[in-house]
Design a protein around this ligand. Structure first.
Ligand code: NBP
Length: 475
């Protein structure tokens, strides 16, 4: 037994993570179902550190120091269960099994309970940053029992991304907490990407700007408070020319966005928790709309009655779009953090939201300077009920709210879809409203279903006898 940590599953993520461990001086046991991948890893990268390859799982387990630390990096779902089933009989109490794949958090809750019965620690760890992150430092969101973090945490922190010397890894909370937070991270990523896409689309329509001109706009924005990986790569994508046609690459790509499911999971979980994550939901549905090919074809000739763009002050328009993007982005993050808080309360996870913003600052897709402001907001008030209401964000959004309204109205008048911009503004206004028409909805519910209502002027629950003499009775 010589290896300090082991990785099972050596496709792109697993082999890069194994190399990351090895480059940090750890002796890494490696195993893959198809042995050729194990051999290839050692052949191509054996000089980066110490790999202990095994052709079988038993040999792999035997090569690990106790308590064993095994990181599983295989396809999520059935394959993960298959590996766990094969691995568990070979392990001993106190050993730690980490699932670094994109598991759905209820699976993680189930697996943690099953392994705990056998005295094993199961850690569902969200790992973000794709293959590049896995190799050079991802953002790591480990859940599972706190006790396992003592043996595992320092190692994960070491291989994670670092920002200002601080690791982008911390213990998130028990059982499914890590994978839940990773899921919401991906949901926020969907919202962030959609908002950027809407900003781009509006500027293209309104200004008739070329992709390369807009690349410069995004590059400029990246120097300000929108500074983030997604804005940076947007500038790079827009500046890129297709070698074959000489056109901007973005103009030769089919406008149908795919999805692998984490956005959908986030929205499904939010519906179950009753948390409005409208930014994430609009972004997820926007991808679905883009891929609704027969519907898009059938709608092509529908009446539009759109105005024509007439932008006199181009710089002013760009600045308005920037402010609308920033405000909508704050809404999307605020909603995502509400979802984390709701799940934390529902499942008893006790998640520190400020710490989540901190470990997303590096390594992951939504890494951004902006996350520092979120960490600060939760440091000021760990129980903050609404991120947008934090003084810093309230000021920042307030400064842009007039621009946000102008952009959403112009988008509607000129027939350019901006679902995430508009729904974020509607959410903002709904939260601000002194009275919502929910009173009418509740009355309708009482009318057809005797669902009762509360009154503004006295305690109790009431029902109107709608189908009789319409007297009000105490319910
Ligand atoms: P894949 O998700 O493509 O999975 C391939 C790996 O799973 C191979 O090692 C394969 O072994 C193994 N595997 C399968 Br499939 N079924 C198995 C079974 N029944 N028993 C044992 N091994 C099995 O790999 P990936 O793209 O490296 O991703 C790994 C995990 O990391 C996934 O959960 C993914 O969602 C997650 N993730 C990926 C990214 C990314 O950017 N790709 C980012 C973040 C997280 P074989 O070689 O023998 O077929």
């Amino acid at each position: 037994a010589t290896a300090q940590v082991g990785v099972v599953g050596l496709a792109v993520m697993g082999s890069n993570l194994a190399r990351n461990f090895a480059r940090h001086g750890y002796r890494v046991a490696v195993y893959n179902r198809t042995g050729a991948k194990t051999d290839e890893l050692v052949r191509a990268h054996g000089d980066e550190g110490t790999f202990v390859p095994s052709a079988g799982l038993a040999g792999f387990v035997a090569s690990l120091e106790r308590p064993r630390r095994v990181v599983i990096m295989v396809k999520a779902g059935g394959p993960t269960d298959a590996v766990i089933d094969e691995l568990v009989p070979l392990l001993e109490p106190g050993d730690i099994v980490v699932d670094g794949g994109n598991a759905h958090f209820p699976d993680t809750v189930r697996r943690e309970a099953a392994l705990a019965e056998k005295g094993l620690h199961f850690v569902g760890a969200g790992i973000s940053g794709g293959e590049e992150g896995a190799l050079n430092g991802p953002s790591i969101m480990p859940g599972g029992p706190a006790a396992s973090y003592a043996a595992l945490g320092p190692m994960l922190e070491e291989i994670s991304a670092h920002v200002d010397g601080v690791p982008c890894c911390t213990h998130v909370g028990p059982d499914g907490a890590g994978h839940f937070v990773k899921m919401v991270h991906n949901g926020i990523e969907y919202a962030d990407m959609q908002l950027i896409a809407e900003a781009y689309d509006l500027m293209r329509h309104a200004l008739g700007a070329t992709p390369s001109e807009l690349a410069q706009v995004f590059a400029d924005w990246n120097a300000g408070d929108l500074d983030s990986f997604l804005i940076e790569i947007t500038a790079e994508v827009l500046a890129h020319t297709d070698a074959e046609t000489g056109k901007a690459l973005v103009d030769v790509i089919v406008d149908e966005a795919g999805q692998k499911g984490t956005g959908r999971w986030t929205v499904q979980a939010a519906l179950d928790l009753g948390v409005p994550v409208t930014g994430i939901a609009e972004a997820t549905f926007a991808r679905a709309v883009s891929s609704s090919v027969p519907q898009r074809r059938a709608a092509r000739d529908l009446p539009a009655h759109v105005g024509t763009w007439d932008v006199a002050d181009r710089d002013g328009f760009v600045e308005d779009v920037r402010k609308a993007l920033y405000a909508s982005k704050v809404v999307a993050y605020s909603q995502g953090f509400d979802q984390i808080a709701a799940a934390s309360a529902e499942y008893g996870w006790d998640i520190d939201r400020g710490a989540m913003a901190r470990i997303w600052r590096g390594g992951c897709i939504i890494r951004a300077t902006f996350l520092d402001r979120i960490t600060e907001a939760y440091q000021r008030d760990p129980g903050l009920p609404l991120l947008i209401a934090d003084p810093y964000f309230a000021d920042a959004v307030g400064e842009g709210v007039a621009a946000w309204r102008r952009i959403v109205s112009l988008a509607a008048l000129n027939g350019v879809p901006a679902p995430a911009f508009s729904s974020s503004l509607a959410y903002y206004d709904a939260l601000r409203a002194e009275r919502l028409p929910a009173a009418l909805v509740q009355a309708q519910r009482d009318f057809f279903g005797a669902h009762t209502y509360r009154r503004v002027d006295k305690d109790g629950t009431y029902h109107t006898l709608w189908s009789e003499d319409r007297r009000e009775v105490v319910a």
